[in-house]
Design a binder for this molecule. Structure first.
Ligand code: 9MR
Length: 382
């Protein structure tokens, strides 16, 4: 090879090396950086109104999802790992590790946490409802034994609540004490769960009282439910809460899950419900917000490409909703989304497996049109 050829090939090799290094530098990304770092933070945009939260699984405390959460929310709730069967799977067993992970992640990042949920009819160990001989309490017909079963169940519940509240009372100030206790289709409007069949409404009173005694006056205690905008359900919940308050049961507020869709319910009905509970002196929180792109009784599937007009409609409705939330911040103390991005949502599997897109970020963690209308609801999208 001539001297010139050697110089040229040396220069070329150097250029290729520089190019490779440059490509590596450009593509180097912090695995915890949000997909879009140049957009506003939801929590910062809402700092003058109320905290913005999201439901999270322990596996999401690392990586890109963690980055997205750190940028946009200042409140967290465990999507599953603080539920009864997860944290207290057997009478003598408490599993703290998954719940602790979420608490640690929140503390490291200066976020608040909500507890979901001390009591539920779903995701609860069957052991709670077995009598001293291991038989299902609900099958008991002897009134004397029924009374003994009720006492045993309420003692178990009391221990359950006190143990958990005692562990987290310094880290968690907002608690879902009971979840989904109203069911308009069941006799007398109370969900005919094992809790209710064995203990009547005393299980609700016991749970709130135990939580207050263990947690003291600083923790806030909520009764949480879905469909609270529906006048029938709302009024059943209202009557129950009023009755419990009159008995001295320490309820601080109502958690409105707010699993809604692009077609309904109306924003006015959501606010109207909050107003009603505020009149009882109660706080309101939106605890599980998402907005399905399908009507509630529709089982179809858009597949991978969601029509732009549906995303625009979703954006418009999210904007109207958040404008109303802002306007009513004196009766609403926070909004929690049930997830953060469309890659992880219960609605991709319910009521059928399909593509849904109920949140503000898409599957690639990019801000959707709905994100922008939440950031600034005053911008009209039509
Ligand atoms: O999002 C939760 C999902 O991962 C669980 O499989 C499901 C089990 O019932 O619970 C989901 O969360 C629910 C919440 O705890 C209570 N309100 C309704 C939520 C969506 O189903």
């Amino acid at each position: 090879m001539s001297r010139l050829a050697k110089i040229v090939s040396g220069i070329m090799a150097g250029a290729v090396l520089i190019l490779i290094v440059a490509i590596l530098i450009v593509n180097r990304s912090d695995p915890n950086e949000p997909a879009q770092s140049d957009i506003p933070s939801l929590a910062v945009e809402y700092a003058d109104f109320f905290p913005i939260g999201a439901a999270i699984e322990p596996s999401q405390t690392n990586g890109l999802k963690a980055g997205l959460l750190k940028k946009h929310v200042n409140w967290l709730v465990a999507e599953n790992v603080m539920k009864p069967d997860s944290i207290h799977p057997a009478e003598e067993t408490f599993n703290w590790s998954n719940a602790d992970k979420i608490v640690a992640f929140a503390k490291e990042n200066g976020m608040e946490i909500r507890y979901h949920t001390l009591v539920w009819h779903s995701q609860v160990g069957a052991w709670f409802f077995k009598d001293s001989e291991g038989k299902p309490m609900v099958d008991e017909t002897d009134p004397v034994r029924q009374k003994a079963n009720k006492k045993l169940l309420l003692e178990r519940l009391d221990t359950h609540v006190r143990t958990i509240v005692d562990r987290y009372k310094n880290d968690i100030k907002s608690w879902d004490v009971v979840n989904e206790v109203i069911e308009p289709a069941d006799p007398d409007g109370m969900r005919a769960s094992e809790w209710y069949k064995i203990a009547g409404i005393d299980y609700i009173a016991t749970a709130f009282q135990a939580a207050r005694e263990a947690g003291g006056p600083d923790i806030k205690l909520y009764i949480n439910d879905y469909g609270t905008d529906d006048p029938r359900k709302r009024d059943l919940l209202y009557d129950l809460v009023k009755k419990l308050l009159d008995q001295g049961v320490p309820i601080d507020g109502v958690g409105h899950q707010t699993h809604i869709d692009v077609y309904g319910p109306t924003v006015e009905s959501i606010i109207e419900s909050m107003r009603k509970f505020a009149e009882l002196g109660l706080d309101n929180i939106v605890t599980e917000l998402d907005m399905s792109i399908y009507s509630w009784n529709d089982r179809s599937d858009y597949g991978t490409v969601i029509p732009e007009e549906i995303l625009a409609q979703q954006a418009k409705r999210y904007g109207e909703l958040f404008q109303a939330f802002r306007d009513h911040r004196e009766i609403l103390s926070g909004v929690v989304f049930w997830g953060i991005a469309d890659d992880h949502t219960w609605l991709n599997g319910f009521p059928v497996k399909r593509t849904n897109a109920p949140l503000l970020f898409d599957k690639q963690y990019q801000a959707k049109p709905a994100f922008w209308s939440v950031v600034d609801p005053s911008v009209k999208t039509d």
